[in-house]
Write a protein that binds this ligand. Structure first.
Ligand code: PLP
Length: 432
């Protein structure tokens, strides 16, 4: 594929896009800036594959940044959507599909007794912060360095992902007053959290975190970290919020909270629960969720929230995931992939550290261990850029940033993994 790799049409379209949209994209990390290249413009996706405008086929480990856990354009999801489409694209009124998806989420996710649907992960996190504050009557929150909770002002502090990739410490346009209540601590550092609670008695509404960090690469919580946060928040009358926009229904059917056996007060979700359509959700204990309008006084609303097409895709996707063996399959694919990647890098004499859980994996081009964002930054980003390009030329589509987790799907076959590992093996030798 290397010699035949031609991206002329992608380049042409991206060049026009740059005149039309800031940076030529609708979301920053898509622009390939941190891997020093131009993006591939997609034409279509199916199963584990994406095709670009030039006809190149890629084995895709981005999966639309998470939603495509059953593979792209799963025939059952598409069929359900076609049927739903006939009934209309938006109701702006209650629909039974909302009940169905809500029941599925409540049944699956340990912390969730009631749920509110919104349209994106950003919206879910924004609303959950308002709810934390409304319920506790406190203003401050603790977040962790390298955790991303969408692009709302109060979370744009040490926010990993695209922000890290572009080297923006905080975004201009975010007033100091908006982030003055946002306290940060290094991930996996309970002592730092304890100190923040001690310095801010009775002022902290809650602690929000990615229970596995996927926006600073891939950082699992160390044993005791999530449990410690549970205890600390309880002791201090604060709420614990798991942002499971990425990990929800990807780590296990009940998310990271089920996998680690730690139950937060509130949870945000997105990505997988929309099956590829725009959805977010937040939910938690009935007592807290009852604060949300119109049941309670905390205002939050949305024209397209609970959209029938999005609900349909979510219901179908969760139904597919609920089938016996889904998560064992995802984990075994991720495990084979990450073991093979680490082995090949070492054979080529490159430092690497990597791990995976469920349908999520990640590696850093450094010795490790990587327990927080500071340590993640030791990865060789320049070398990752070269690796990314070498893999692209061999038909493998990885996230275009050293600080993003990778995703496997139920559509990836053993042969896809084999092909991917061969491409890694060759690419590591090319970038030594
Ligand atoms: C953990 C986490 N929270 C929130 C968000 C924001 O979600 P969205 O991009 O749907 O607004 C993301 C997006 O990647 C995420 O990974």
């Amino acid at each position: 594929m290397t010699n035949a790799f031609n991206t002329n049409l992608s380049q042409e379209v991206f060049s026009s896009a740059q005149r039309l949209m800031p940076g030529g994209v609708s979301s920053p990390v898509r622009a390939f800036k941190s891997v020093d290249g131009d993006p591939i413009v997609f034409d279509r996706v199916k199963g584990p594959y994406a095709w670009d405008l030039d006809g190149n086929r890629f084995i895709d480990y981005v999966g639309s940044w998470g939603p495509a856990i059953c593979g792209h354009a799963h025939p059952e999801v598409i069929a359900a959507l076609q049927e739903a489409l006939e009934k209309g694209t938006s109701f702006g009124a209650p629909c039974e599909l909302e009940n169905k998806l809500a029941e599925m989420v409540i049944e699956a996710v340990p912390s969730v007794e009631m749920v509110r649907f919104v349209n994106s992960g950003t919206e879910a996190c924004m609303a959950v912060l308002r709810l934390m504050r409304a319920f506790t009557g406190r203003d401050k929150l603790i977040k962790f360095e390298g955790c991303y909770h969408g692009h709302a002002d109060m979370f744009l502090v040490k926010a990993g992902s695209g922000v890290a990739t572009l080297g923006l410490p905080d975004s201009p346009g975010v007033p100091r007053s908006t982030t003055s209540n946002t306290l940060t601590a290094p991930y996996n550092d309970l002592e730092a959290v304890k100190a923040l609670f001690a310095e801010n008695p009775d002022a902290i509404a809650g602690v929000i975190l990615e229970p596995i960090v996927g926006n600073a690469g891939f950082i699992p919580p160390e044993p005791g970290f999530l449990e410690g946060l549970r205890e600390l928040t309880k002791e201090n009358g604060s709420l614990l919020v798991f942002d499971e926009v990425m990990t929800g229904f990807r780590i296990s059917y009940g998310g990271a909270q089920e996998r680690f056996g730690v139950t937060p007060d509130l949870t945000t979700m997105g990505k997988v629960i929309g099956g590829g359509l725009p959805v977010g959700a937040y939910g938690g204990r009935r007592e807290i969720m009852s604060m949300v309008a119109p049941a309670g006084p905390m205002y939050q609303a949305g024209t397209l929230s609970g959209n029938p097409l999005a609900m349909t895709a979510g219901i179908k996707t969760l139904g597919l995931l609920r089938q016996e063996g889904s998560y064992e399959r995802l984990e075994s694919l991720s495990q084979r992939l990450i073991n093979g990647i680490c082995e090949s890098a070492k054979q080529a004499g490159l430092p690497i550290t990597g791990s995976c859980i469920g349908g999520m994996f990640g590696f850093y081009l450094c010795e490790g261990p990587v327990r927080n964002f500071q340590e993640a930054k030791q990865t060789d980003s320049e070398r990752f850029g070269k690796l990314h390009r070498a893999m692209l030329e061999k038909g493998i589509y990885l996230a275009p940033s050293a600080f993003e987790a990778g995703f496997t799907s139920l559509a990836h076959s053993d042969d896809d993994i084999e092909t991917t590992l061969k491409a890694f093996q060759a690419s590591f030798y090319e970038i030594v």
